[in-house]
Design a protein around this ligand. Structure first.
Ligand code: NCD
Length: 319
């Protein structure tokens, strides 16, 4: 992983500590290694049950989560490791007494072998990694990055469609605040022949910082009409309008409900295509769509366990 983020200030002569903060750190060769390992880990294999025996993972979650935290915990437990955590860390950890994130991370690094952090501020994971003596994984930093979600999204596309290249992928909804699509678009740009169709209202368009990273590496097209674009997509990646990132409730109410995947929309989507969503969904995917074989979002959530197993093993030097 990129050396700007991997160098520990801990001291001279110490080995570099790998942290995963941003999708741009993930080189294609590492992505392929992790995909291969995750695919192997889907096959039942008892030898994996002790791979991380004696290791402890700490989860520090300053923002709500179901899938990310529990799939990390499941991954660690399935590898024979142990878990401990502060799930409502803003209120239930010493942060409530005013402790800085940096101090918390320094201390928790003394109790655990790896830290998984979710935080409402962009850049929080990078700040934390700078003082962490153990590998630290960004499990979402505000509207910044969510690299492990992007990895499990790739795994899902690979498993569902058999390839990661020459695909037309529609990223739909709140591309401005959606950290999953911000990370995923960067990972998809490594595979040849892909086209990203960025479908968002102008107010929620993909950030310039990400567009700059994609430039010259992947074809991108900005659209605002989902039903007009649906007919040519291989992947429709729907997202939630991120209410918690809006400063005005009015703006949120105006923009929610602009894109809904319902049965009428599914009739426009090709037979071979899939629908993904990082979840939680509100009303942007009609539950009537869930039984359509192209609705892959619950299979996607399950894949998170295998990808996080692969990642934990890799970061802890055990696979
Ligand atoms: C996403 C997140 O937290 O960024 N969920 C997830 O990690 N599976 C998306 C969201 O909250 O909308």
């Amino acid at each position: 992983l990129s050396d700007t983020l991997t160098t520990s200030p801990a001291g001279l002569g110490e080995a570099v500590i790998p942290h995963l903060i941003d999708a741009s750190q993930l080189e294609p060769s590492l992505i392929l290694t992790l995909l291969r390992r995750a695919e192997e880990l889907r096959q039942p294999d008892q030898s994996q049950a002790v791979a991380l025996r004696g290791k402890i993972m700490a989860t520090l979650f300053y923002e709500p989560s179901t899938r990310t935290r529990l799939s990390f915990e499941s991954a660690m437990l399935r590898l024979g490791g142990q878990v401990m955590g502060a799930q409502d860390a803003a209120r239930a950890s010493s942060a409530a007494k005013g402790e800085s994130l940096e101090d918390t991370v320094r201390v928790v690094g003394g109790y655990a072998d790896i830290i998984v952090l979710r935080h409402p501020e962009i850049g929080a994971a990078e700040r934390a990694a700078r003082v962490s003596d153990v590998p630290l994984i960004n499990a979402g930093d505000g509207a910044g990055q969510h690299p492990t979600q992007a990895l499990l999204d790739l795994l899902t596309i690979k498993l569902e469609l058999g390839r990661l290249d020459n695909l037309r992928i529609g990223l739909v909804g709140d591309l401005k605040h959606g950290r999953t699509v911000r990370s995923l678009s960067v990972l998809l740009s490594h595979f040849p022949g892909n086209e990203l169709v960025l479908i968002a209202p102008p107010e929620l368009a993909m950030g310039e910082d990400v567009l700059r990273q994609l430039q010259g590496r992947v074809r991108t097209r900005q659209e605002s009409d989902l039903s007009a674009s649906a007919g040519s997509l291989d992947v429709l990646y729907q997202t939630r309008i991120q209410a918690e990132r809006f400063s005005s409730r009015e703006d949120y109410e105006r923009l929610r409900g602009v894109y809904v995947v319902d049965e009428a929309l599914m009739r426009r989507l090709p037979e071979h295509a899939i629908v993904l969503h990082p979840l939680p969904r509100l009303d942007e995917i009609d539950p009537g769509v869930d039984t359509d074989p192209r609705a892959a979002y619950f299979r996607q959530a399950k894949n998170g366990v295998y990808m996080r197993m692969a990642l934990l093993q890799w970061l802890l030097g055990a696979g």
